[in-house]
Write a protein of this length. Sequence first.
Length: 432
Amino acid sequence: MKIKRLSTLQNDYRSQMDTLLAWEGVSDDQVNLTVRDILKNIRLRGDKALIEYTNKFDRVTVSSMKELTFSKEQLDAALNNIPTQQRQALETAAERVRSYHEHQIMKSWSYTEADGTLLGQQITALDRVGLYVPGGKATYPSTVLMNAIPAKVAGVEEIVMVVPTPDGVVSDMVLAAAKIAGVDTVFAVGGAQAVAALAYGTETIPAVDKIVGPGNIYVATAKSMVFGRVGIDMIAGPSEILVVCDGKTDPDWIAMDLFSQAEHDEDAQSILLSWDADFLDQVQTSIEKLLPTMERKDIISKSLNDRGALILVKDENEAVDVANFIAPEHLELSVEAPQVMAEKIKHAGAIFMGRYTAEAIGDYCAGPNHVLPTSRTARFSSPLGVYDFQKRSSLIMCSAEGASELGKTASILGRGESLTAHARSAEYRIIK
């Protein structure tokens, strides 16, 4: 297969780049109507509607929420049932994720001014968080770890997890990950109906304060519609990787790094930047050589054909400029001095530095979160972390002297805005 070749020297480079990066992930009218109807039905009919939708979409036959609730004994059994090697891998990854995120904990702080007025910030955790985990043929235990562990580190009291089980297929690895991560309750429900249940609450599923985790277009649409009623992490697009290479890394390594994101789905995006034209040719050769060996070669091929690119830039500085414009979810700096280059990167979800740092390591066990901004949203957003499960309250406590002095300023500003009650409230505290 031939992946697109671009060069910043081409006259139409910018328009080609805009076309390459364009992603229309918005829901169509029919999806919106379907999801809106599901949300309304769950809100009005609760468990009964949730059971009906689960039977219909997951092709199961249940009559009660008890049948859709995993017991603590089932979670324990799942942990014991998986192979020792898998359990050890999950536990190792969990410990690394936990250790990394403990560095993100925000602390309360305050200071006292000369007149005795105290100002500060109080940090508190969310009470209850909902975690959506995709289910079915694909299993995502890493998603459980990456979403649940930061919440627990933040001090969230209760995590409610939902995971669909189409045709009754249950993933022991997902349930084992839930046990390891400290998830409190797990329900075998999915889709927009699960999002609705978490947002509004049902007789069985408690309403949460925030919903996190990935899902299909119906899940993403439901999350966008319930935002405001609850918080959400983000509306994620297809997975992305941008590799910047100086031409000195094994081209097979780079080709496989591009494959690692392309195999997610046909809409995933894999791009390579280099100022070495010969190296781009070498990577093209590696792609053609390695692609037939891949289990998901059809998906990889379509992804690379539709949304992939090998881009020739003038030099290292231009590579940085292009990388900042793309603002990728995953950015690999496969260069001689990656830390120096990283200092020039302003927009990226996660930066993987050096020739030995495969993006896949970050997906599973490096420690930093793999829930990252996509579709150029790294320009203004950040990876999921402990801070997404903590909130800040401002602290203000005036002394008599401080209230008197600040009251004079507040009085002037309040009357300037024609808010007389504001002004008079402050004026009462002015020492005459």
